[in-house]
Design a protein around this ligand. Structure first.
Ligand code: NCD
Length: 337
């Protein structure tokens, strides 16, 4: 893919070389994300951060990534406070906001809406989650985390991953499956209630590419022998009747004792967050908070690097980042410990 000026809407746009290039640029962003250095390469540029659905880390990390490159951020976070509630179309919103921005990150509850918006936009649009469909930047930061946690160079062939929870509505696992599909011989163990299974077309695609896909409701056996276990929250906001989500909440949980009894040592524990920490859910227990293989906060940190790399590549400044860089003057020693 030619990143320059492109919308980033789906993982289907990426091939292995694109992923490699993105991860190379993400690595280069490390001194800026860690505040050892400061760059002004996007001085004068504006990110339109349009979030028509709740978000903490995706919205803030897109904003921080842009700020760390020297650009400024304009946010619309509440659909009720935007002209969409006056009946404005996505087309008009896109024409307007893209006139005020140099790149847009957008989240919306309807599948396909970000793509529709991008067709009217005058600047690149990055999909920050469109309903249950896709969340490409999350999948990229997840794979980048897997790479770092498992010490993988570029070749994810042969890894074994368990995905647990709401695989029907979870857009992060949809995008992650599509991304892993670029590699060979992956074993996917998909652990979910029968009613919340991974969409059939994604499973078929994986099997067609020769991956092994095991679908099960038995968490204990499903956890055996993986390199990574990726937990997800029941996506209650996607259910027509929210009470239905109560049936599934808390059905699959990972805690210290289950991890010790069923996961092979060093299995990396991931979750896109937010984890649902209410007692009735608690899919990833706080008793694992100090576990060295709990990668969830390294995932969120990696999100900044990946989003910086996406901005650098879509705005074509990959060769100019370091030119505009200076040492920071404030105290940073304790960061990222
Ligand atoms: C996820 C999302 O919004 O899809 N969160 C995120 O962006 N890290 C997962 C979720 O909400 O459960």
């Amino acid at each position: 893919m030619n990143f320059l000026g492109s919308h980033i809407l789906s993982i289907s746009q990426f091939d292995k070389n694109d992923v490699k290039e993105l991860f190379r640029v993400a690595d280069e962003m490390q001194p800026y994300a860690q505040r050892e250095k400061h760059t002004r390469v996007l001085d004068g540029a504006i990110l339109g951060n349009l979030f028509f659905e709740p978000s903490t880390r995706t919205r803030v990390s897109f904003g921080c990534a842009f700020n760390l490159l020297g650009g400024q951020v304009r946010e619309t976070t509440d659909i009720k406070a935007s002209a969409i509630t006056k009946g404005e179309s996505l087309y008009d919103t896109a024409r307007v906001i893209s006139g005020y921005s140099d790149v847009i990150a957008m989240r919306h509850p309807v599948a396909g809406s970000v793509e529709e918006f991008s067709r009217a936009s005058r600047v690149p649009v990055i999909n920050a989650g469109d309903g249950p469909s896709e969340h490409p930047s999350q999948a990229l930061l997840d794979l980048y985390t897997i790479k770092k946690e498992l010490n993988i160079e570029d070749d994810f062939d042969g890894i074994r991953i368990a995905m647990v929870g709401d695989l029907k509505y979870g857009r992060t696992v949809h995008s992650l499956c599509k991304l892993l599909n670029l590699y060979s011989n992956i074993t996917f163990t998909l652990i979910s209630p029968n009613e919340l299974k991974m969409p059939e077309e994604i499973v078929e695609e994986l099997r067609k590419s020769g991956h092994e896909v095991i679908e099960t409701e038995d968490m204990e056996s499903g956890l055996e022998n993986n390199d990574t276990v990726y937990l997800t929250r029941i996506q209650e906001e996607r259910f027509e009747d929210r009470n239905e989500a109560d049936i599934y909440r808390g059905r699959f949980r990972l805690n210290q004792s289950i991890y010790t009894s069923h996961c092979k040592p060093n299995t990396v524990i991931m979750h896109p967050l937010p984890r649902d920490s209410r007692a009735e859910a608690n899919e990833l227990d706080n008793d694992l908070n100090q576990h060295p293989n709990l990668a969830i906060f390294r995932q969120t940190d990696n999100g900044v690097l990946i989003r910086m790399a996406l901005f650098v590549l879509t705005l074509g400044v990959q060769d100019k980042v370091h030119e505009s860089s200076v040492e920071v003057k404030w105290y940073t020693e304790k960061r990222f410990k």
